[in-house]
Write a protein that binds this ligand. Structure first.
Ligand code: NAD
Ligand code: DAU
Length: 340
């Protein structure tokens, strides 16, 4: 079994590579990644010498490079994590989101059609459903919830999902889609809420909370997401969408306060800043389908997952400090420098 994992040098993709190599020592895992600002080859250092692993630097939009890799590897399965993933960046500059997230997805599926695969899996997001109001805690996203996107990022992901389903209906390509809620855990790039707050708190820097901090996200430990994808690619039904989430809704402000407490830092570091444009209020996944069909349930309680995550950031400063001090700092200045 050979699996091409695109975006495997990023947060969730790298966790998935580790999960698969550990659980299936006979599988060949080929990581295709462009190494954008969010891709970090040092993350994959522990598996670089594994004879069952290969890393290839390429852009999923580069048809020639993608076809060459398919010709060489003849993959059975393709799991597409590669994407521009940060909502704030998509608001600043949508173009690359359309390119990678839509054109890249189509390019990969064209390769799948040309060379033949048993499964193409698209890693999507709950953001394709838009948001839910705070005063309706009874509402959840199901696979039937209409697509209703808010940001250029979520619109690009929804476009990709529609293409994936079109390739199933038109060409019979055996596809699956997973739509997951917010992940957290090791190797999370420190532009996202949880790692950014940990890094800033450790440096006694302000903790920039958008708006009033009342927006709700449904947090899932990254390993639980990897296990869900593992189940879907092996046992999920072609043509189907599976929602993945942990019934673990938290307000942003509560997460930031929790991080302050865990690190022994004062809440006076919390700084309320201008809200994100078009900011989604609440995400909440109904994971009944993946539970009933595939037996998946999240295993990590938030209290345990956040503790493990904070410990990981304390023990792995050599991974994230160069990111925070390098190119990322220019981005940080641009996004937060004038944000009062
Ligand atoms: P990430 O930004 O940490 O990593 C993205 C990876 O893709 C990086 O390694 C980057 O180098 C690579 N990449 C970007 N453009 C590429 C291109 N054109 N060609 C090849 N590689 C390219 O992202 P993440 O948080 O790990 O998210 C992975 C996937 O999961 C994305 O598709 C995202 O939409 C989806 N998702 C993320 C979350 C979350 O909470 N992080 C939740 C649900 C879904
Ligand atoms: O729901 C799944 C999505 O989760 C994925 O599809 C995206 O790829 C992933 O980035 C994530 O999107 P969010 O926008 O929810 O994540 P982010 O970490 O950027 O923000 C989480 C919440 O915290 C959101 O309400 C905005 C807020 N926030 C974020 C940052 C970076 C702040 O208040 N301050 C910040 O500095």
């Amino acid at each position: 079994m050979t699996i091409i994992v695109t975006g495997g040098a990023g947060f969730i993709g790298s966790n998935f590579v580790f999960h698969m190599l550990k659980k299936y020592p006979d599988y060949r895992i080929v990581c295709l990644d462009k190494l954008t600002y969010a891709g970090n080859l040092s993350t994959l250092a522990p598996v670089m010498d594994n004879p069952k692993f290969r890393f290839v630097r390429a852009d999923i939009c580069d048809r020639a490079a993608v076809y060459k890799l398919f010709e060489e590897e003849k993959p059975d399965i393709v799991v597409n994590f590669a994407a521009e993933s940060h909502v704030d960046r998509s608001i600043e500059d949508p173009g690359i989101f359309l390119q990678t997230n839509i054109i890249g997805t189509a390019t990969l599926m064209d390769a799948c059609r040309k060379f033949g695969i048993t499964r193409y899996h698209q890693v999507s997001t709950d953001e394709v459903y838009g948001d839910l109001p705070l005063d309706r805690p009874d509402l959840f996203f199901t696979e039937q919830t209409p697509l209703h996107t808010s940001s250029p990022y979520s619109s690009s992901k929804a476009s990709a999902d529609l293409l994936v389903l079109a390739y199933y209906r038109t060409y019979g390509l055996p596809v699956t889609i997973s739509r997951c809620s917010n992940n957290y855990g090791p190797y999370h790039f420190p532009e996202k809420l949880i790692p950014l707050m940990i890094a800033n708190a450790l440096a006694d820097k302000p903790l920039p909370v958008y708006g009033k901090g009342e927006n709700v996200r449904d947090w899932l430990y990254v390993e639980d997401h990897c296990k869900a994808i593992d189940l879907i690619i092996h046992k999920g039904r072609a043509g189907e969408v599976y929602n993945v989430g942990g019934h673990n809704e938290m307000k942003n402000i509560d997460i930031v306060r929790m991080i302050c407490r865990a690190l022994g830092k004062p809440e006076s570091l919390i700084t309320y800043v201008t809200d994100r444009k078009g900011h989604d209020m609440r995400y909440a996944i109904d994971p009944t389908k993946i539970h009933d069909e595939l037996g998946w349930l999240p295993e990590t309680k938030f209290a345990d997952g956040i503790k493990k995550t904070i410990e990981w950031y304390l023990e792995n400063k050599s991974w994230w400090e160069p990111i925070v001090s390098g190119e990322y700092r220019d981005y940080y200045e641009k996004m937060y420098g004038n944000r009062k």
